[in-house]
Each structure stands twice: as C-alpha cells, then as structure tokens.
Write a protein that binds this ligand. Structure first.
Ligand SMILES: C[S@@+](CC[C@H](N)C(=O)[O-])C[C@H]1O[C@@H](n2cnc3c(N)ncnc32)[C@H](O)[C@@H]1O
Length: 294
C-alpha cells in the first residue's frame, strides 16, 4: 500500500517553502511530503532527501523522478546530519522536516517484521545494514533488560509479565517470527486487554521497534542538529506519533528557544482534523511542532 503522508497541508503552510530554498527532508519515506515541498522550491531550490531505509529511498526516487536534478538522495541516519551536510558541501538550510516513525509500506511488508499482525521474521530494522535486530533482543537480552525496554519504550504496564513469558518460551525454542512473539504476548496478557481497542502486542512491538532503531536518541540528536544548521528565519517541522517522541521534540525546542535563538511557533502541537483521521487512521496520533530560527 502507498504511504499517505499526514498533515500535508499543515506542514506546507507552516514550513512555508519558497523558490530557491534548500530543504532537508530527514525522513523522505515514500516522498509524499517531499513532492509538495519540491513543487514550491523550484526554480532554484534543492531538496536533501534522507532515509535510513534503502527501500524507502528507492520509492521516493521513483515518485520524485520528475524533479531529479533538484534532489540529492542520502541513504543514511539523520542523526549523522553533520557528516551528510559536510560531504555535500552544505553550510546552511532554509527548511527541515522530520516525519518520525515508519511508513505504511514498511509496516505492511511482512519481511520487515514491524507488524504484530503479520508472519514475518522478527527484524524491525529500518536500516538493513545494521546488526541489531528485534530477534537478537528478544532471544538474547536478560529478562530484566527486556522488561525495562518494554516498560520504557512501550509504556506497557505488564512489561514484567511479558518479559517473563518471553524468557520461558525462548528456553524451549528460539523465537524467530512476529507471529510467535504475538502468540507469547497474547498468552501472557491477552486477558488483561480484553474489551480494549488496543491489541495486547501493540505496546511490546512498539518498544522493540524503538529500541532496535534507537529511535528516541536518534530523534533528539537529529532534530537538534538540524536546528543548528537552519539559517536565520529558517523553519523546522517535526511530526511525531507517540507521546515519548513528542516529549523529546517539545523539550528540545524549549531548551533551544532558551539558548540558541529559536522561536517556537506551536505552543500546542497541531493535530489532524476529523476528516484526515477518517481517511487515514494512521494520522490519529500525529502531532506537529514547528519552530523558527531567529
Ligand atoms: C513516517 S515515514 C516518512 C513518510 C514521508 N514523509 C512520506 O511522505 O512518505 C518515516 C521514515 O523515516 C525513516 N527513518 C526513521 N528513522 C530514521 C533515521 N534515524 N534517519 C533517517 N530516516 C529515518 C523511516 O525509514 C521511514 O521511511
């Protein structure tokens, strides 16, 4: 399935890209936001399109084919933005967008192991060149560390019980697939989630994905480095999809507003309207924060 970009109108309105701008799309994904940005920065503009996932980058490349001389693709981690800009000879940007988390096509692809409803290998890496996968965490980490990860990054109140059941199950057989893990979690805490809309495995899967990709640290580092590269009047938009991530973005903006000449343009995050949520349920938890370099 194609990825439907969230809060597009709001991003474009707040990012306010103009002809000639140099723009960083730190999470180009399927290229939906980038396409709208490119329409507004030409002639003369340039888009730096970064993604940690080589397959996502290929999708973006196909979608943005018509704009190719104005786009530079980088298969890399946005936390390395300093090195990326150095190697491209870029010394300042006008606009930056971070649309954190994952794309629908990553979730829908069972081979990637992101989804608790699929049957894929327990992988969850954005970057397939990376060593650490979710299988490694689930099968090798101590029970205490597993419980800590599931509690901290999944906000799962039954984390200790889930970790205990995972460790009991892996003694009998290595846990290889998302469906095996889902069954273990349902067995551990399925009853406690009865009558709730949230799937019992949702929080544990979120925790494993965040830990596998070190997402929170990466978001903090990437966003603050991007702010450092913004030129005066340059703007940054960040979309997050859960409270842990949103808190990090909010705190970075607040700290940088104190010391480094940043103006916060959204005291409260912008959220999607009812119609967008109806058409794209993935948008439900999206929060957009915007700041401007003074
Ligand atoms: C929600 S999607 C972006 C969708 C995109 N805005 C669009 O319109 O199609 C998030 C993307 O960020 C990428 N990503 C996640 N963490 C990253 C990181 N640290 N550095 C670079 N890309 C990352 C994921 O691989 C994924 O493709």
């Amino acid at each position: 399935m194609d990825h439907v970009p969230v809060l597009v109108k709001e991003v474009i309105h707040n990012l306010d890209p103009a002809p000639g701008d140099i723009v960083l799309d730190a999470t180009v994904g399927g290229g939906g936001h980038s396409e709208e940005i490119l329409r507004r920065i030409l002639p003369g503009g340039r888009l730096i399109a970064v993604d940690r996932d080589g397959e996502a980058l290929e999708r973006a490349r196909r979608r943005l084919k018509g704009f190719s001389p104005s786009v530079t693709y980088v298969n890399g981690d946005f936390r390395n933005i300093d090195g990326i800009f150095d190697s491209l000879g870029i010394d300042g940007i006008d606009r930056a967008l971070f649309d954190l988390g994952m794309s629908s096509f990553q979730v829908d692809d069972e081979r990637r192991g992101f989804s608790f409803s699929g049957r894929g290998p327990l992988d969850m890496r954005f970057d397939l060149r990376q060593q650490l996968s979710a299988a490694e965490i689930v099968n090798k980490f101590s029970q205490a560390l597993l419980a800590d990860i599931i509690k901290s990054f999944g906000e799962e109140r039954y984390a200790a019980l889930v970790a205990k059941k995972i460790c009991a199950a892996r003694k009998k057989k290595r846990i290889e697939t998302t469906s095996e893990l889902r069954a273990i979690i349902i067995d551990a805490i399925g009853r406690k989630y009865r009558g709730q809309r949230l799937h019992p495995a949702a929080r544990t899967f979120q925790a494993l994905r965040i830990y596998t990709n070190d997402e929170l640290a990466a978001a903090g580092e990437g966003v603050s480095k991007a702010v450092d590269h913004l030129r005066p009047k340059g703007r940054i938009c960040v979309i997050s999809f859960h409270s842990l991530e949103d808190r990090i973005v909010k705190n970075i903006f607040r700290d940088m507003a104190k010391g480094r000449g940043l103006g916060i343009l959204t005291r409260k995050p912008i959220t999607p309207g009812m119609e967008e949520i109806r058409n794209n349920p993935r948008a439900r938890s999206a929060k957009l924060r915007v700041s401007e370099k003074l």
